[in-house]
Design a protein around this ligand. Structure first.
Ligand code: NDP
Ligand code: AOF
Length: 603
């Protein structure tokens, strides 16, 4: 949609009104932050539409796949959008190719957009800004087009809201926060190891909120032995992070709160080969065990990065906090200081041996905040400054993903995983609604392939509970919620799962993929544009649908997409292997024999 030059020039604002501008951007950042951690991992977007000082519309993204912040704000402002200014904490990513964020602003007649920060990922960076400008919408980016002390502060609030994404993108590990509660004399427990409680109820509620913003909470084996923690977010609703225990010895109790995985998943990270019998016991309780050659904080963080985590909260004691700090994976510290003295020469302190001998070597926190929480003081600050992304991204590793002409090895492999990655539209979590008939020929709409797939675990089961589960999954707000719901019910109520699920699931998936790539022309083109490349879902832990960390996964999602591509290209690979016109699962089994050896390629 084009605008007349007259309308454009009439909306040039006086840039001296920085206090107003900064206020609206800070509000966009504030509402963006409301969804932090709720459905992870996704960036936080907020949009405020204003006419002068008056806010006429607001919106924030709840999770990927839900209505974008800009569209919500436009809908709430209605006709008042015409000629108004939209304030965005971050440039939209439009990772699903639908461009709703940008087009909703343009179509509503927004004449100026103020952007807090450009998108941190290189393949999105500047794209939405260019699209808006090409439609003659005036775009001002903080720090580039607008500069002042107030603007700098507003820019900082935007950086803080998406700090996890920025650190993750720049450092190739998730954003990590070390949190501890200590007495005024610097102890995190009495010399007996007893620690409940040092901080006040108010402080501990604050910790629940911090947990709710994180993808995972980490503790060491000793904390499990000593405290038997639950590590859940109990502040009333919101996201529940998974729990990670780092234990070299696996000398852990057979019964522990963390082994109850009915609501939240637990991972035990350990040394390769440690106590196999205990590993089996954990597995029987639904706890995932991940072995590392040498267990250390950096490798565990790289593993978490591969799993797509944005933000980690370390709630360990000092002996684990020290190597985490010295290996450079901790970015921020939250210290709750209680006005209590416990004494005790052997009482543990928050950070163990760092090898420093002079005070001048001490690590100095940056951007320190002091806050009174109940009777305690919360001191927080960064150990590493928020990275400046411009020169760092893309990293060498990212280049091959961004530019498909760059190949990591001889064969051309396109990895996809998270929905906002360059080929993220191939992910089942990318939010493309499917319109499909059910077994009675009735048209139904599924918000994503993931919703469809998860619900089909329970379809055809003659039990009203199964039908309730289907409805619950179908109405899940996001693909992540649908996945969580489907997996949870499957685990807790195996009787509700259709008996043929293991043999039917590939056909169910193929049907959903075929619908997705048939009804969205740009997805169809994207899939066809990959002809000649091997598609691999880079999921490090789903060894059926994904490719695994080192190629140990079966990559069925990648295989089905390649099969679909062949079908669309009219050169069915399977028909060359076999004339069998049977089910997809039969075809795919035969196709296995001629798969490109992508597993040989080291990512
Ligand atoms: N006030 C507070 O905020 C907190 C207090 N605490 C208290 O602190 C005490 C426990 O402290 P602490 O033993 O330091 O804490 P942790 O148990 O959290 O960390 C140490 C344990 O981590 C495991 N680990 C795995 N990899 C490493 C590695 N590379 N380096 C070191 N350890 C590794 C080991 O488990 P394994 O031995 O199984 O191999 C080790 O014993 C308890 O008394 C607890 O109550 C704990 C957390 C917070
Ligand atoms: N003692 C202590 C903390 N300890 C941390 O909290 C964990 C217990 O969590 P949960 O079982 O979920 O209540 C414990 O294992 C340790 O990691 N935290 C605090 O905020 N203040 C405190 O005084």
């Amino acid at each position: 949609m084009a605008f007349s030059l007259g309308a454009f020039s009439a909306t040039i604002v006086c840039k001296s009104n920085y206090s107003l501008e900064a206020g609206h951007i800070r509000r966009a950042a504030e509402i963006a932050d409301k969804s932090a951690g709720f459905t992870s991992p996704h960036p936080n977007f907020g949009c405020v539409i204003a006419v002068g000082s008056k806010v006429v519309g607001e919106g924030f993204l709840y999770a990927q796949g839900t209505k974008c912040a800009e569209l919500q704000a436009v809908e709430s402002a209605g006709e008042l959008c015409r000629g108004a200014t939209a304030y965005l904490n971050m440039e939209p990513g439009d990772c699903h190719g639908d461009h709703t964020s940008v087009s909703s602003l343009i179509q509503a007649g927004i004449s100026r957009v103020v952007v807090g920060i450009k998108h941190p990922l290189q393949h999105f960076r500047g794209r939405a800004v260019r699209s808006l400008r090409s439609e003659r919408v005036q775009v001002d980016v903080l720090g580039e087009d607008l500069q002042s002390k107030l603007i700098e502060e507003a820019l900082k609030s935007c950086l803080l809201v998406n700090a996890p994404l920025i650190y993750r993108a720049a450092c190739q590990v998730p954003f990590s926060v070390l949190k501890y509660a200590m007495t005024l004399d610097g102890k995190i427990a009495a010399s007996s190891g007893h620690a409940s409680w040092i901080s006040s109820k108010e402080s501990r509620s604050r910790v629940f909120e911090l947990r709710g913003r994180s993808n995972a909470i980490i503790v060491g084996g000793n904390t499990v032995r000593r405290d038997n923690p639950r590590l859940t977010a109990r502040h009333g609703g919101g996201h529940l992070p998974i729990r990670i225990v780092m234990s070299q010895t696996l000398n852990l109790p057979e019964v522990a709160n963390l082994w109850d995985t009915s609501d939240v998943h637990t991972i035990v990270a350990t040394q390769r080969g440690a106590k196999k019998s205990f590993q089996k016991l954990l597995a029987s309780k639904g706890v995932e065990v991940v072995e590392f050659d040498i267990l250390n904080p950096r490798d565990v963080m790289e593993h978490c990065y591969d799993r797509g985590y944005l933000s980690i909260l370390w709630e360990c004691g000092g002996s684990l906090a020290a190597p985490a700090i010295s290996s450079g994976v901790i970015h921020k510290v939250y210290a709750f200081v209680a006005p209590k003295i416990i004494g005790g020469e052997g009482a543990p302190s928050p950070v163990g041996e760092l090898g420093m001998v002079e005070m001048s070597q001490a690590l100095k926190l940056i951007d320190v905040s002091y806050e009174k929480v109940g009777p305690d003081i919360l001191i927080s600050g960064f150990l590493q400054p928020i990275p400046d992304l411009t020169p760092i991204i893309p990293s060498v590793n990212e280049t091959s993903a961004i530019d498909p002409t760059v190949t990591p090895d001889d064969a051309r492999i396109l990895f996809f995983y998270k929905a906002w990655d360059p080929y993220g539209a191939f992910s089942n979590f990318s939010p493309y609604p499917l319109h499909m008939t059910d077994e009675n020929g009735v048209y139904l709409t599924w918000p994503s392939v993931e919703h469809y797939y998860q619900a089909h675990k329970f379809i055809g089961v003659n039990d009203p509970l199964a039908r309730d589960c289907i409805e619950k999954i179908k109405s899940s707000k996001s693909p992540e919620e649908a996945a969580r719901e489907g997996r949870k019910i499957q685990k807790q109520c195996p009787d509700l799962v259709r008996p043929d699920w293991e043999t039917a699931k590939i056909d169910v998936m193929y049907k959903a993929l075929k619908c997705k790539f048939s009804i969205y022309p740009h997805l169809n083109s994207l899939l066809l544009s990959t002809a000649g490349s091997v598609l691999v879902e880079a999921s490090p832990y789903d060894l059926f649908w994904g490719g695994g960390r080192e190629g140990e996964g079966l990559n069925y999602l990648g295989r089905l997409l390649m099969q679909l591509r062949s079908e669309f290209l009219g050169e069915s690979l399977t028909s060359r292997v076999t004339q069998d016109r049977g089910s997809t699962s039969q075809n795919i089994t035969k196709t296995n024999e001629i798969q490109v050896p992508w597993k040989l390629i080291n990512r």
